[in-house]
Design a protein around this ligand. Structure first.
Ligand code: GDP
Length: 527
């Protein structure tokens, strides 16, 4: 088999989607443990604390109790290279999450067994559904008294409109949670609580009537399990790979991430069934991963990831071909040839220089302000990957400096932080205001905190009479010029120098749209 085809077949790129607190971090840690990327559970938390010494950014995370730094982790399991893309859980960061989900081939949905389907999960699943992303489900915290598993499946089907096919079934719950039954290979795995924190498979039985199993569970629990299984098998959907790959059916796994229960079964089946890197759409054609020529797109930019380096990293998903250290590629939007000498990979949070990367992999490019979210890189062809939008922000504030002399630093900070895509900067044509737009108010706190810590700029945000923004386009040059003259006071340039109409009120926007039928007002833009 050619090397490219082989590498593609053994790659899985996915993200975990969940409502905050469902157990995403805990599960990530256990997956890394099985992947041998970390030796002992607790390391992630430990690293968080250690990194905190060098990055006050984590402090904000701690104070707010949210996870805002989104990262990429690569680890190997069996013969498979797994790329796990972290998505921030807080709703104010949904745009970032939205774009991250364009870079995955499948998603793992984590649900708290006591809480069931929560709000954030619903939103994230909607995004996945737009692209028919295959979803696996892990129902977590079975060691706690939660809801009945059958009710949870019911809720997922009703609320999320996706069929459920249970793959594992919990044996007991809460205090009596003993292990899982695997419906496909009809085996039982019992867990050994004392070995929670190491990558242990648990005790395995291939027959329900194994006398040792009876011994372990007792007749009552074993009977209960058998009755339940009959009910489940009768009432639930069988697992069909095609339906899973089409995003119509989700295989469901039960367990406890904290206790490392049921995680191995999940990971084994994930590796077996989750799709390898898939073809991706561009404005002109689909790009297949096994095409010889390299291509990829940037779905995320993060500034100051490592305060010691003060750099900005653009995260690129490789879509086809191979990345090789030092290769020359075309930055399509700028029509410029660039050499990528020192791309990074991210292994369990550590960054390393990489020699090669394959479809499905995420590489980090050093960005000196030329790369934007949504940019495509190719080996020559004029391609543009689609589905990486910017949304019109809904909340606007004017940046106000405390020390007027720090204006240059403020501008630099706002431009760089806006490159990350969570906030957008607008500079009115008619004055020197710096107006920041975001989808959630938390963003303004984050930005002013980061400006202070990363750029030594003290700034606060004040309200400004802007209700919404629309990107402007018009085929008729003359009309556009006329519009620019008439609407001058409400026009601005965004961070990428695109012409934007910043409407003082929603009513004003509708009036303008009526008055200027030749002008197009876009609520999203893809570059
Ligand atoms: P995230 O916000 O989704 O990343 O959630 P975390 O992984 O940080 O978990 C939230 C809380 O739930 C933490 O206190 C975890 O220790 C706890 N937790 C996670 N998994 C389990 C589990 O399987 N059982 C129990 N009882 N608690 C869990």
């Amino acid at each position: 088999m050619p090397k490219l085809v082989e590498e593609i077949a053994q790659r899985r790129t996915f993200a975990i989607i969940s409502h905050p607190d469902a157990g995403k971090t805990t599960l990530t840690e256990k997956l890394l443990l099985f992947g041998g990327a970390i030796q002992l559970a607790g390391t992630i938390k430990g690293r968080k604390a250690a990194r905190h010494a060098t990055s006050d950014w984590m402090e904000l995370e701690k104070q707010r109790g949210i996870s805002v730094t989104s990262s990429v982790m690569q680890f190997a399991y069996q013969n498979v290279t797994i790329n796990l893309l972290d998505t921030p859980g807080h709703e104010d960061f949904s745009e970032d999450t939205y774009r991250t989900l364009t870079a995955v081939d499948s998603a793992l949905m984590v649900i708290d067994s006591a809480k069931g389907v929560e709000e954030q999960t619903i939103k994230l699943l909607e995004v996945c559904r737009l692209r028919h992303t295959p979803i696996l489900t892990f129902i977590n915290k079975l060691d706690r008294d939660g809801r009945e598993p059958i009710d949870l499946l019911d809720e997922i089907e009703k609320v999320l409109q996706i069929h459920c096919a249970p793959i594992t079934w919990p044996i007991g719950r809460g205090k009596f949670f003993k292990g899982i039954y695997h419906l496909l290979d009809q085996s039982v795995t019992l867990f050994e609580p004392s070995k929670n924190h190491i990558a242990t498979a648990g005790r395995h039985y291939t027959q329900l009537d194994d006398p040792e199993l009876l011994n372990q569970l007792g007749a009552a629990q074993l009977d209960e399990l058998k009755t339940e299984l009959e009910l489940v098998l009768g009432a639930s959907n069988p697992f069909k790979v095609e339906k899973f790959l089409a995003g119509e059916l989700t295989p469901v796994f039960f367990g406890s991430a904290l206790n490392n229960f049921g995680v191995k079964a999940l990971l084994d089946d994930f590796v077996t069934y989750a799709p390898p890197p898939q073809p991706r759409p561009t404005t002109t054609r689909m790009v297949a991963p096994n095409e010889d020529k390299f291509s990829g797109f940037v779905f995320k930019i993060q500034a100051n990831m490592d305060p010691a380096h003060r750099d900005r990293i653009a995260f690129l998903r490789v879509c086809s071909g191979q990345y090789q250290k030092g290769m020359k590629v075309r930055h399509v939007r700028l029509n410029r040839e660039v050499q990528i000498a020192n791309a990074l990979t991210f292994m369990a949070g550590e960054r390393e220089h990489t020699e090669e990367a394959w479809p499905g992999d995420i590489i980090g490019l050093h960005n000196h302000g030329t790369i934007q979210i949504g940019d495509t890189f190719t080996q020559g062809e004029d391609l543009k990957f689609t589905g990486i939008p910017h949304f019109a922000p809904e909340i606007f504030r004017r940046a106000r400096l405390r020390e007027p002399l720090r204006m240059k630093a403020l501008l630099k900070g706002l431009v760089q932080l806006s490159e990350e895509g969570a906030t957008q900067l607008f500079r009115p044509l008619s004055n020197n205001d710096l107006i920041l737009g975001a989808v959630g108010t938390l963003q303004f706190d984050v930005v002013s905190w980061r400006l202070q810590n990363e750029y030594s700029v003290e700034c606060h945000f004040e309200t400004v009479q802007v209700a919404t923004a629309r990107w402007i386009s018009c085929n008729n040059e003359k009309k556009l010029e006329e519009f620019k003259r008439k609407a001058f006071n409400n026009l601005a340039l965004d961070g990428a120098e695109n012409l934007t109409y910043i409407a003082p009120t929603k009513i004003n926007l509708s009036l303008m749209q009526e008055r200027w039928p030749e002008i197009q007002f876009f609520a999203t833009r893809e570059n």
